[in-house]
Design a protein around this ligand. Structure first.
Ligand code: NAD
Ligand code: GLY
Length: 369
């Protein structure tokens, strides 16, 4: 029998909003896992049609001794449902069950469920506690940590939301056993991201362990989740509300969000768009004279090895680059209509800056070729 990685913890240090991330195997079913979550008369598990049959009953059993009333709301699955209408189903459930302002929400699923549950928690009765139980690689290494919550708007990705921290994050790596291959690859995009922006040694480690990660080796996966959470904790601990440093976590996202919105949410997975977006942002960094071509080739190879697209999609049969530019102007980092990109200034260092439209057009044309 393979050895299971032992339980590890990463702390998010944010004063009275601090919390702990538990990382390990077999956590989901263990009532002790949730000891740090607030007690209350009721809890609501928010999940979706794919994750509910896999894990909802198990989470319910684990929480049954803690909450006298335990409800579940099952949302439709997919990025295209990250909307006001779906969010309202959570409020319908909370109000329908007569949930008070101490009710604890449990987000059981990937980043879509986590972002929507967090936003519901931020706004129901002006704020109720919530716990993240992420079940995708992407959610464990990124979206469940740091308190960004929200929904999409047809005109822009994640445009409506709030900063609102969970009380606890539970990363059970056993949940990866049921994750489709394509979703695992999407999560690897966010894993790879942390190397160039913050930790060159981690990039080396990912290159050496990518096959083990794709083969779902538990020790490799636990190690990746822990290191990503440590880096995110370091960033968020310094800049919770993205007044500066935190923007580096958006490496690849300016191009990526344009791909997601331009193709229609869900056509490409978020991680796929980020993977391709990182290749484009790396090329932009090189053209700005910040990194060499070897870095771009290295990143492109790694993204492709992760099973992610490295060629960008066409968003418009006419002025394709113009369509990208229009979509990128709606990005949250844009200021006064100027598009901002996270660029790599050298291995392990990133910053945010603008670039001339003509150069960005060249990058897009090159990536779509
Ligand atoms: P997702 O939530 O859509 O989950 C991917 C798919 O896997 C879904 O079909 C889901 O039902 C299914 N699934 C989840 N867990 C499973 C499991 N264990 N076994 C089988 N199937 C499972 O996508 P995601 O990649 O987890 O998250 C992407 C979302 O996260 C995007 O909306 C993105 O904007 C957001 N995001 C937010 C942040 C943040 O800081 N808040 C950071 C990165 C991404
Ligand atoms: N995923 C980007 C952030 O949390 O800031």
């Amino acid at each position: 029998m393979p050895t299971q990685p032992s339980l590890q913890h990463v702390e998010i240090a944010l004063g009275d909003r601090s919390y702990r991330i538990g990382i390990g195997a077999g956590l989901l079913d263990d009532p002790l896992t949730y000891a740090a979550a607030p007690k209350a008369a009721a809890a609501l598990i928010v999940t979706n049609t794919t994750v509910a049959p896999l894990y909802a009953a198990r989470l319910k059993t684990a929480l049954s001794g803690k909450y006298p009333a335990l409800h579940t709301v099952v949302l439709p699955d997919g990025e295209s449902y990250k909307t006001w209408q779906t969010l309202n189903l959570i409020f319908d459930a909370l109000l329908g069950h007569g949930c008070d302002r101490k009710t604890v929400l449990y987000a059981l699923g990937g980043g879509v469920i986590g972002d929507m549950t967090g936003f519901a928690a931020a706004s129901y009765m002006r704020g109720v506690p919530f716990v993240q139980v992420p079940t995708t690689l992407l959610a464990q290494v990124d979206s469940s940590v740091g308190g960004k919550t929200g929904i999409n708007h047809p005109l822009g990705k994640n445009m409506i939301g709030a900063f609102y921290q969970p009380q606890l994050v539970v990363c059970d790596i056993d949940t990866f056993k049921t994750l489709p291959e394509r979703e695992l690859s999407a999560g690897l995009a966010e894993v790879i991201k942390y190397g160039p922006i913050a930790d060159p040694a981690f990039l080396d480690w990912i290159e050496a362990n990518l096959d083990a990660l794709r083969a779902r080796d538990p020790a490799a996966l636990a190690c990746a989740v822990r290191r990503c959470c440590e880096i995110k904790a370091w960033v968020v601990g310094q800049d919770e509300r993205e007044s500066g440093l935190r923007a580096i976590l958006n490496f690849g996202h300016t191009f990526g969000h344009a791909i997601e919105a331009g193709l229609g949410y869900g056509a490409w997975l978020h991680g796929e768009a980020v993977g391709c977006g990182m290749v484009m942002a790396a090329r932009l960094s090189q053209r700005l004279g910040l990194v060499d071509d070897a870095f771009v080739q290295r990143l492109t190879t790694l993204v492709a090895r992760a099973g992610l697209p490295v060629k960008a999609p066409w968003l418009d049969a006419g002025d394709n680059a113009g369509r990208y530019l229009a979509l990128m102007r709606v990005d949250k980092k844009a200021e006064g209509g100027e598009i901002k990109f996270v660029v790599i200034d050298g291995m392990g260092q990133a910053s945010v800056r603008g670039a001339p439209d003509a150069l960005v057009r060249e990058i897009i044309d090159g990536a779509c070729a």
